[in-house]
Design a protein around this ligand. Structure first.
Ligand code: ADP
Ligand code: MG
Length: 253
């Protein structure tokens, strides 16, 4: 049975999409079968995995709102073993269109349950909000990974995210676990980064991944080439650390 993992934080620019694409690709690289589900209307995890959004006929919107069969939306990517459920800007409407619908929080869970056995990991890239799309992702998930940027105010907003996770655990999904907090975009030359690491570890203790993602220019270049780092520059530090993270995540089950 596949493990479903949401990559969530309502703050934008903390490394959710970079982590979704590259953790997904690296899990595939170490031999797992992975489905990358994009639930952000920006569709960055879609294009980052090499899928041309202009050519997408059906996307996650059709699954969530139109009850399309998720199997018909899945695309292969250039990475062996990595598949994608794309998102296009059409998804922007879903946040509002889902409001009056029945079982609006469990639509993604239902869709994924039909294909859970076909994959080792299903990685869901969340949008930067705590709206219905993120609720659908958390409700469908066994675990959540919370990327935290090694910057000022790193912990800001996290209590809101954690109380959302608790509400989902209580009312929608008893099985949801926080798999871990991932420190991202560390600039090791500054004291600030090290202070943030200390602070986050004090708060989350053993929930913080050993792997810390440094700032790496190749990681920021890869999306414009539509390639996960493992294809764009497999020898880069960025590829190395996301491979480490994939092994750490796989070791957690
Ligand atoms: P989110 O999905 O949380 O909004 P992104 O993954 O899109 O965040 O990252 C925000 C920006 O930072 C993007 O331009 C991305 O390429 C860049 N970025 C993310 N992680 C790194 C990193 N480790 N090193 C350098 N740039 C990064
Ligand atoms: Mg994103």
């Amino acid at each position: 049975m596949g493990k479903v993992i949401s990559i969530a934080n309502q703050k934008g620019g903390v490394g959710k999409t970079t982590t979704s694409v590259n953790l997904g690709a690296c899990l595939a690289y170490i031999g797992k079968k992975v489905l990358l589900v994009d639930t952000d209307p920006q569709g960055n995890a879609t294009s980052g995995a090499g899928i041309d959004k202009g050519e997408v006929q059906q996307c996650i919107y059709d699954v969530l709102v139109e009850d399309a069969n998720i199997k018909e939306v899945i695309r292969a990517t250039a990475v062996d073993g990595l598949y994608s459920v794309p998102a296009t800007i059409q998804l922007a409407g879903a946040e509002i269109e889902l409001v009056p619908t029945i079982s609006r929080e469990v639509r993604l869970k239902r869709a994924i349950s039909a294909i859970k056995d076909d994959y080792d990991y299903i990685i869901i890239d969340c949008p930067p909000s705590l709206g219905l799309l993120t609720l659908n992702a958390l409700t469908a998930s066994d675990a959540v990974i919370i990327p935290v940027q090694c910057e000022y105010y790193a912990l800001e907003g996290l209590s809101q995210l954690l109380s959302t996770v608790r509400l989902v655990q209580k009312h929608l999904n008893h099985n949801l676990m926080i798999d871990g907090v991932l420190l991202t975009m560390l600039d090791a030359r500054t004291n600030l980064g090290l202070q943030v690491i200390e602070e986050v570890k004090k708060y989350f203790r053993d929930k913080v991944y050993r792997t810390i993602i440094p700032r790496n220019i190749r990681l920021s270049e890869a999306p414009s080439h539509g390639q996960p780092i493992i294809l764009y520059d497999p020898k880069s530090r960025g590829a190395e650390v996301y491979l480490d993270l994939a092994k750490e995540v796989a070791a957690n089950g």
